[in-house]
Design a protein around this ligand. Structure first.
Ligand code: G1P
Length: 294
């Protein structure tokens, strides 16, 4: 890594969303705590960040999200009971992936003003260093975890990066879309970026998948960002300003695995099946059960 490229130590997870698409399941429970197989969605995403070397996990929460904080804390009574009963493998599952002392931070987004505003809420905790941003709804399933893949590209190029993947043309209006110098390349410079382009106007079919590496200069832009698509303060609009300033590189990294949008019922259900099929001790049995159902 060149000396001028600062290490990414912190990751931001915006978890303030209401989860209205999953009511009544999300009436008293945050949507991020819905489980894919036996881990909450947010745990899968935190695992991805840890696998990429992240040391500090910053959650942008809201009302009714306290259980996320509890999930990433130790559960003393339960741990003691499991230890007393000799249930060592269960105990290991509980403690293995816990962030250590001082490795989590939680702050609230008090009003649902958009993703850009949620990220801006992390500015003091992130401070003056580059950071990763992971949108928990989007599960990225691959042998090489997406953020780790991006870290490798970051070490080469520095600056800002977003993960991208192709979507069908009739879905481009649902995402942030980028135009790049070489759409087939693994890593390519971004030439254009637009949030939720009207149908037929997208610069390509490459959508921003919800994984970012950003320089701290984004916070100054977010502070003054006006509302954009959907009346919300959009992260993409500030990224466009950062890109157009041409003071820092801005690259797209193609993600080649599978993406499940766990903010939608179909994405969530498919994620459960896909993750279970890939799991030792579960996949074979599930496959035969699915055959019976179909
Ligand atoms: C957000 C981003 C968008 C990105 C998408 C991925 O949109 O603004 O650029 O493509 O996440 O899920 P949202 O899904 O919050 O509308």
């Amino acid at each position: 890594m060149s000396r001028s490229i600062k290490r990414i130590r912190k990751a931001v997870f915006p978890v303030a969303g209401l989860g209205t698409r999953f009511l009544p399941a999300t009436k008293a429970m945050p949507k991020e705590m819905l489980t894919v197989v036996d881990r909450p969605v947010i745990q899968h995403v935190v695992d991805e960040a840890r696998a990429a070397g992240i040391e500090h996990f910053i959650f942008i929460t809201g009302r009714n999200k306290g259980v996320i904080e509890d999930h990433f804390d130790s559960q003393f009574e339960l741990e003691r009971t499991l230890a007393e009963r000799g249930k060592n493998s269960e105990l290991a599952i509980l403690t293995r992936d816990l962030p250590g002392a001082g490795q989590t931070s939680f702050t609230r987004q008090q009003a649902p003003l958009g993703l850009g505003h949620a990220v801006w809420c992390a500015r003091d905790i992130v401070g003056d260093e580059p950071f990763a941003l992971l949108l928990p709804d989007m599960l990225h399933h691959a042998k090489m975890p997406c953020l780790a893949d991006m870290m490798a590209a970051y070490q080469e190029h520095g600056g800002n990066l977003v993960a991208v993947a192709p979507v069908p043309e009739d879905q481009t209006h649902q995402y942030g879309i980028v135009g790049v110098t070489d759409p087939k390349a693994k890593v390519s410079a971004i030439t254009k970026m637009v949030e939720k382009p009207p149908r037929g106007t997208a610069p390509s079919n490459l959508h921003i998948t919800g994984r970012y590496i950003l320089q701290p200069e984004i916070f100054g832009l977010l502070a003054n960002q006006e509302r954009g698509a959907g009346g919300e303060i959009q992260l993409t609009d500030s990224m466009i300003q950062l890109m157009e300033a041409k003071t820092q590189p801005f690259h797209a990294v193609r993600f080649d695995g599978d993406i499940y949008d766990c903010g939608s019922k179909i994405g969530f259900l498919t994620a459960n099946v896909a993750y279970a099929l890939a799991r030792d001790g579960l996949g074979v049995e599930l496959r035969s059960e699915l055959k019976k159902l179909l």
